[in-house]
Ligand binder design. Structure first.
Ligand SMILES: [Zn+2]
Length: 290
């Protein structure tokens, strides 16, 4: 009888401890917890990669993917138009919900005024039609979500200087307004352009604005886009490794001189590539010891 009581006591205590400490709950890290509009947020579940999880943030639902060391990762885009505020992010797993918050701070993006020949600002009806059709085609490309193929940290596509950052507001001839939703790298024609992570080449095409353009699908709805190339160095549908040369810098498309325009789409949103490069993402591949 006494033994049985002890057992019962232990059982109840253990059960209560589990409930109170939330042993069935999971740990979610938000990295970084404070961002600028246009940045990317990494959500990390620690401890177990066994069951599926999803996150809800700013009206979109994003799946988690298994990553290194028993972790689950999800990458969340913060649209550049997001108003500064504290936003909830909910993580759902096994009928459980954990809520964290992401603080979007205000950021003043630079404005530049450009004076260009009128023909560079106002498009002919044929060019307008071509540009519109290509925009529709591209939107279809990054609406596809494939399995994760990126691994570890993302790297810049060249070692050359940045000539224009993400988010700059360009006013052309005091009438046309466009936001720079990528980043520009300096470089002479022929400078190698490298894949920012591993993935699959899903587009090599000659576009009206982008000129010779390569799109790499990294999975999880994450795409990198490389424009104005002088040459392609990767084939359509080919698998590419991180750091592999996929093209050469050029001045194809609507440009005034040779440079690389590189952009990143995440779940259809143009995010700041610099914010992606800054994320510390562990590789799930075993490191080779020296
Ligand atoms: Zn650009």
């Amino acid at each position: 009888m006494i033994i049985k009581m002890v057992y019962t006591f232990v059982f109840i205590t253990a059960f209560a401890a589990l409930s109170v400490s939330g042993a069935y709950a999971f740990t979610v890290d938000v990295i970084p917890a404070e961002v600028k509009p246009g940045d990317v947020v990494l959500l990390q579940i620690e401890g177990d990669s066994g069951t599926a999880a999803k996150a809800e943030f700013l009206g979109r639902t994003v799946q988690f993917y298994p990553a290194a060391e028993n972790r689950l990762f999800a990458l969340l885009p913060v649209d550049i138009k997001t108003k500064p505020d504290k936003y909830p992010v909910s993580v759902l797993r096994d009928d459980r919900k954990e809520t964290r918050s992401v603080f979007v701070r205000s950021h003043k993006f630079k404005t530049v005024k450009l004076t260009l020949p009128e023909g560079k600002v106002t498009l002919s009806p044929e060019n307008q039609k071509r540009a519109t059709n290509e925009a529709v085609m591209l939107k279809k490309v990054w609406s596809e979500k494939t399995g994760k193929s990126w691994d570890g940290a993302f790297i810049p596509p060249t070692e050359t200087e940045i000539s224009e950052v993400y988010g700059v507001n360009r006013i052309m001839n005091e009438k046309k307004n466009s936001v720079h939703r990528g980043m520009d790298f300096r470089g002479k024609t022929g400078t190698p352009v490298r894949a920012i992570n591993s993935g699959t080449v899903v587009l090599t095409d000659d576009l009206f604005y982008g000129g010779h353009t390569v799109v790499v699908d990294h999975g999880m709805g994450l795409y990198s886009i490389y424009m104005h190339l002088s040459e392609f160095k990767a084939l359509q549908d080919a698998a590419v490794e991180k750091n592999q040369v996929i093209g050469l810098i050029g001045s194809s498309g609507r440009v005034t001189g040779p440079h690389l325009h590189m952009s990143v789409k995440l779940d259809g949103v143009s995010i700041n590539p610099e914010a992606l490069f800054e994320l510390e993402l562990a590789s799930s591949k075993r490191e080779i010891a020296d």
